[in-house]
Design a protein around this ligand. Structure first.
Ligand code: HEM
Length: 185
């Protein structure tokens, strides 16, 4: 059984947006002060706040919709997958919240898409901003590490176990087999 189309859409949209936010975040901080740097900072913040909102929607969806039955795999793999998924959900919230709080503490309120002023998460405070900045950075690195583990596991299932796990998160091809059956070895 494949995942629900809404689950797939949220999964791939968030995957793209998170990779984009990571790449822009790493790139923009090395730029000299310029209009480009300012623009990228804004895009990064808007993407991050959108990721936060979509993550809330995704968590709500996950809690109200049961995923398809799990494929057969070793107990340690199932446990590892559950831990990585739980940790991913945690950082989906922690990274953007830390970024938003850092921006507020540093005295730069977020104006979503340049039109919607968002409330400050904390009052401007230089000392606090100096600890929120590395917190946001290290949480983002933790998120990147979890994404690497998650992708490596998905690729192992696809190319080594060939159990169809990755295809469950892909739309069905027209005229193709309706469901991929697990291969038992
Ligand atoms: C999932 C969402 C997000 C990801 C993956 C992410 C990732 C990153 C990364 C990798 C950096 C570079 C850190 C470094 O090497 O110093 C960064 C910097 C930054 N992020 Fe985010 N971020 C996210 C959301 C947000 C949000 C929602 C905001 C604010 C509303 C924000 C504000 C900032 C700011 C201001 C910096 C620059 C810090 C500095 O000047 O050193 N981020 N982010």
């Amino acid at each position: 059984m494949r995942h629900h189309p809404v689950t797939m859409a949220l999964h791939w949209l968030l995957a793209l947006m998170i990779l984009g936010a990571l790449a822009v975040g790493l790139y923009m901080t090395g730029l000299p002060f310029s209009p480009t740097r300012l623009r990228l900072y804004n895009w990064h913040k808007w993407a991050g706040v959108t990721i936060l909102a979509l993550s809330a929607l995704r968590l709500l969806w996950r809690l109200t919709h049961r995923p398809p039955a799990e494929l057969p795999m070793a107990a340690w793999q199932r446990r590892a997958a559950h831990h990585v998924h739980a940790a991913l959900y945690l950082v989906f919230f922690a990274v953007p919240l830390a970024g938003w709080a850092y921006s507020s503490a540093a005295g730069f309120p977020v104006v979503l898409f340049g039109v919607l002023p968002l409330p400050d998460l904390v009052t401007p405070d230089r000392v606090l901003s100096e600890s929120l900045k590395p917190l946001h950075r290290w949480l983002a690195y933790a998120l990147a590490t979890l994404v690497v583990l998650h992708v490596a596991a998905a690729l192992k299932h696809h190319f080594v176990d060939r159990d169809g796990l990755l295809l469950r998160m892909m739309p069905a091809r027209r005229g193709g087999a309706p469901t991929v059956q697990p291969i038992h070895r």
